[in-house]
Design a protein around this ligand. Structure first.
Ligand code: ZN
Length: 184
């Protein structure tokens, strides 16, 4: 059974209905977004709940709040700044999010143009993935990347994915950094 079938057949959790699959980002990234949404990623609070006590339970970004999945990816001031930078680049004004499911519900229902929405969903999954990667670098490699830098990494990472995975390809890098709509 494929990973996708396993996830779709899961009865024990209630994901955002329905979770949106996309081929414009790697499958591991979409799977990560799904695992984050149902709180199945190894955040320190989740590790503690599984009996793994050799971790610092506080968020590696702010250091003052326990690192739950939703805090790390949405509620932490660093995550808020990253989300704000990425969404503003996309031309979106939004209120702060507290839950990963809120972010996903928002992008799944955003706007009226399907192509723009699909691209936003891919960017959103890339954003969650890159925040997690930056967190791992911080925790395991002592590499501290500020939110502005993480936002730029998200733009370049998603650009490369789109460039290689979209049938239509993607626009040039300069246009992309000004507005991803140039590439639709
Ligand atoms: Zn934090």
């Amino acid at each position: 059974m494929s990973m996708r079938q396993t996830i779709d057949n899961s009865k024990s959790i209630t994901p955002v209905d329905p979770f949106q699959w996309t081929k414009i980002v790697p499958l591991k990234v979409t799977c990560f977004a799904w695992h984050a949404e149902v709180d199945r990623i190894p955040s320190t609070v989740n590790l503690l709940q599984r009996g793994i006590f050799s971790v610092d339970k506080y968020c590696s970004y702010c250091g003052v709040v326990e690192e739950t999945t939703d805090h790390l990816l949405c509620g932490c001031p660093a995550a808020c700044t990253i989300t704000d930078l990425v969404f503003r680049w996309y031309g979106i004004q939004h209120s702060n999010f507290s839950y990963t499911s809120e972010v996903l519900e928002f992008v799944y229902n955003w706007g009226t143009c399907l192509n723009r929405r699909r691209m936003l969903i891919g960017i959103c999954y890339g954003m969650l993935w890159c925040i997690w990667r930056a967190r791992n670098d911080r925790v395991f490699n002592n590499i501290k990347t500020n939110p502005e830098r993480v936002a730029n990494i998200i733009k370049s990472t998603v650009y490369l994915w789109f460039k290689h995975r979209r049938r239509k390809g993607v626009c040039n890098w300069f246009d992309w950094t000004v507005s991803p709509f140039s590439c639709i």
